[in-house]
Design a protein around this ligand. Structure first.
Ligand code: G6P
Length: 606
């Protein structure tokens, strides 16, 4: 996730407005930034790695001349955070400057093709291909809009684009597919941005651009067309009522809720994990004598789910280990044939890095799944895959858990294919389910918000809550427990449902709230027995299961039915109601869900 803004002013200097707008988008990414303007028939450009303020202190972004410009704040997905990889990107001859939010999936093949046609590439980003494609259109005598249309027709993936060219110095051309893009209509000024927060100081009149649309703004004009047909569209103007702070949270009261609702998009982005790196990790995983999944907190819960995925479909035994226990537990038994797959959103968790350091000394191979390019973990690992979730501001991980699982499921599927462990129809089925995931996530958000909000009222004063699941749903139970506990401060217990009779059942008394996570998968046949055991001791049973499972529904006190999903993907869907529950319990208890006490987003001490 990155942030883009463009500003077309009638009179005056665009650069200071662009920089201030960028600051409002910094929550979308902050590893590098840049601004490009047009003046005197030339593109003027400043960009660097670091946060916007730091770059501004070094380079003075405000003194770029000109009344038209574009700017970008980056969250790296292709190419490390560096000056050359920062946006805007320009073509060979300085005919065009481009800023982009999204991921171009077919950039490698486009890049090869463009290099064959003697284009010169400066960066390692996916974005730069767009500048060169547009350049070819301009060289062929097309307008900037026509060149952009021709370019985006070649792109596969997600993009929100803003493009300027000295050939048409009063215009900013834009295009959108799957990444947000909004026009702000001012007086003698128009904006284009990833988010209204970027321009709400200047105007509250906005037009929301939809997928497959392209167009341009000038200081006095806005025109929008369909990419496919070229037909012009009459877009509706919306009057925004948000404050600046609300705008930064896209109107949501808290970042945590915003991030829960971002999941259809973040799962979609996680599905765009780069093939070549997925293949590389698969190669290593296939070769290891032993494979450890190393992580802390929510990422550890993702690893527990992943261990079921790897074993179920790829017949690979993996050992999920809490990072702070790794050295004591396995430090002396690992070696050159060991594979350590470290999963860390931040890539900076000290416990993870200490374990990784130790493992490197034994010549083990370090692989990683992370959200932050340039993080220490990306530097010490042999190969890594990015989850592409953008910054997560809520301290409790939500969207990054589902994104990690989406990446890990793709790895498991690749390994299954490589090892010939699944029949073709099973591979096809799982691929289809993966494709449908963003849609399922969206449905689940719609189904679960209201029931969980209501339930939070009922459970606000609970002294303790139990979470039980079998199979891969044990991982979901652990994550449900962690979310509810860290946001509501209610002590919670999570157990594999089958194990609960070996101890924790002793705490059950009349009315004790017990959640069962019970999708209709291979564990479903045993779950009813576990429910009955708890019920017989007076527990109040809350169950999240598969829609249409009437037998379960009739045997529990509270029921939420979710769409059917492939067994190995179920945690991605079933965790969602519990993210809501945690969030609403915090509100009911008068707590700040974005900043739970005593916790930090990234724990960099051992
Ligand atoms: C902290 C955060 C958790 C996170 C854990 C691991 O405890 O509060 O939300 O899951 O660190 O973080 P990582 O960045 O390594 O995934």
């Amino acid at each position: 996730m990155c942030g883009i803004i463009g500003c077309a002013l009638k009179n005056g200097s665009a650069a200071p407005i662009l920089r201030k707008g960028l600051m409002r988008l910094e929550y979308r990414g902050y590893d590098s930034a840049g601004v490009a303007t047009i003046h005197d028939g030339k593109i003027h450009l400043k960009k660097d790695s670091g946060k916007i303020d730091e770059i501004h202190a070094r380079l003075n972004l405000d003194d770029l001349p000109g009344s038209i410009g574009i700017a970008h704040t980056r969250w790296a997905t292709h190419g490390a955070p560096s000056q050359v990889n920062a946006h805007p990107h320009i073509d060979c001859d300085g005919l065009v400057a481009v800023v982009h939010n999204g991921v171009i999936e077919n950039f490698l093949e486009l890049k090869e093709e463009l290099i064959d046609r003697r284009h010169f590439f400066r960066s390692r980003t996916d974005t730069e291909v767009i500048a060169h494609l547009i350049e070819e259109g301009l060289e062929a005598g097309k307008s900037l809009l026509e060149s952009t249309i021709a370019a985006v027709k070649r792109l596969k993936g997600s993009y929100a684009l803003a493009i300027i060219s000295p050939r048409e110095p009063d215009k900013i051309v834009f295009a959108r597919n799957e990444s947000p893009l909004i026009i702000g209509l001012g007086d003698g000024v128009n904006f284009i941005a990833s988010d209204v927060a970027a321009f709400i100081e200047h105007t509250r009149r906005a037009i929301f651009i939809d997928n497959g649309e392209v167009g341009y703004i000038t200081p006095s004009e806005v025109r929008v067309f369909k990419v496919d047909s070229g037909v012009e569209i009459n877009k509706r103007i919306i009057e925004l009522t948000w404050t600046i702070e609300e705008a930064e949270r896209s109107g949501y009261p808290h970042f945590t809720l915003k991030e829960i609702y971002e999941q259809p998009q973040t799962v979609r982005e996680a599905l765009k994990a780069q093939e070549k790196y997925l293949d590389l990790l698969t190669e290593f995983l296939d070769r290891g004598r032993d494979v450890f999944l190393l992580a802390a907190g929510t990422s550890h819960n993702a690893c527990i789910a992943a261990s079921y995925m790897f074993s179920k479909i790829a017949r690979l035994t993996t050992i999920p280990v809490i990072a702070s226990e790794f050295i004591e537990n396995y430090g002396r038994s690992i070696g050159i044939d060991s594979i350590i797959l470290a999963v860390s959103q931040s890539g900076e968790t000290a416990d993870v890095l200490a374990a990784v350091d130790h493992a490197r000394m034994t010549a083990a191979t370090i692989l990683a799944v992370t959200n932050v390019v340039g993080s220490t973990l990306t530097r010490v690992s042999r190969a890594y895959v990015l989850q592409n979730s953008g910054p997560e501001i809520g301290v409790a991980a939500t969207k990054t858990f589902t994104a990690q699982l989406t990446v890990l499921a793709q790895l498991a599927l690749r390994l299954a294919r490589k090892r010939g462990k699944l029949a073709q129809y099973e591979i096809d089925e799982l691929e289809e389910e993966l494709r449908k995931l963003p849609e399922l996530v969206e449905k689940t958000l719609a189904i679960s918000d209201k029931p969980m909000r209501d339930l939070a009222k009922e459970l606000a004063n609970a002294r303790s809550i139990f979470f039980l699941g079998r199979g891969i749903s044990y991982a979901t139970a652990l994550e449900a427990r962690l979310k509810v506990m860290e946001l509501s401060y209610i002590p919670c217990i999570a157990y594999p449902a089958g194990e609960s009779k070996h101890g924790p059942i002793s705490v059950i008394e009349d009315g004790y709230p017990v959640f069962f996570i019970a999708p209709s998968d291979s564990t479903r046949k045993h779950i009813l027995g576990n429910i009955m055991e708890m019920k017989a001791r007076g527990a109040k049973i809350y169950c999240v299961g598969t829609e249409g499972d009437n037998e379960l529904r009739e045997n529990v006190d509270w029921w939420l039915g979710l769409p059917k999903v492939h067994e190995i993907l179920s945690p991605i869907i079933y965790v969602i109601p519990f993210q809501f529950l945690a969030y609403y319990l915090a509100l009911e208890r008068g707590l700040d869900p974005d900043k739970p006490r005593n916790l930090a987003k990234s724990v960099t001490v051992l």
